[in-house]
Design a protein around this ligand. Sequence first.
Ligand SMILES: [Zn+2]
Length: 285
Amino acid sequence: MKKKILSIVLTSALLAGIAYQFKPTDTKAATKNLNLHFIDVGQGDAIYIKTPNGDDIVIDGGNKAKGDIVVDYLKKQKVKDIEVMISTHPDADHVGGLDEVLEAFKVKSVYAPNVSNNTQAFKQFLTAVKNEKLKIKPVTAGVKLNLKGVSAEFVGPVKSYSKSDLNDWSAVLKLVYNKNSFLFTGDAESKSEQDMIKSKKDLKADVLKVGHHGAKTSSSQAFLDKVKPKIAVIGVGANNRYGHPTNDTLNRLKKYKTKVYRTDKNGSVVVTSDGKKITVKTEKK
Ligand SMILES: [Zn+2]
């Protein structure tokens, strides 16, 4: 009975347009934590962020075949709708699963760099965006996301690159929650890293989503010197044919005594921040 009354109250709250404070699914908002989920999708990236205000952000969706894993993961996290979807760049191991996410959830905005790819995976993504009646908002350095409780600004791509450098087009997001900061680099390589350094944006971050799955062509020493990460997360498949992550990258990360987590060894990685302290939980030890 009580439940029924509560649901009536909530329904009228929704009707009154003050659903914000009463959103029944926002139980995590009360704890005022920021949660980052680096979902294990094998070789590729898929990241889910729940902001302290209860907003949902998805960055990349893994390969086409991994879309259902991402959808299931988001459903387990009780995601109802997605405020911000970001496709870092149009490579299949990032954009491939996003069409399934678009079909499964109400998505309110989609961000992607202004570059295309002539692949099936990218075309399906564009079709799914169209079916949701959305228009892609182009990402360049300086674009900000309008979210409460956190500051979120793209620091890359600083420039346009050639179509053969799709990785350098990657949307790079810097997220700040109180004293903690996070950098999501997509597959940005050293050319883009150099341009971000030259742009003089503050790149410092406690947590770094390592660029391009730990390839040696990303995470240059000059870039890491600016980021100074305490925690690094690598989205990578076990025994992948690219040899990711490379020892070069892992060794460069050692300079800052960075604690490295990888989805091939740790499974999905969940990073939680209360605005001051960061804790990490992994699916596997
Ligand atoms: Zn990739």
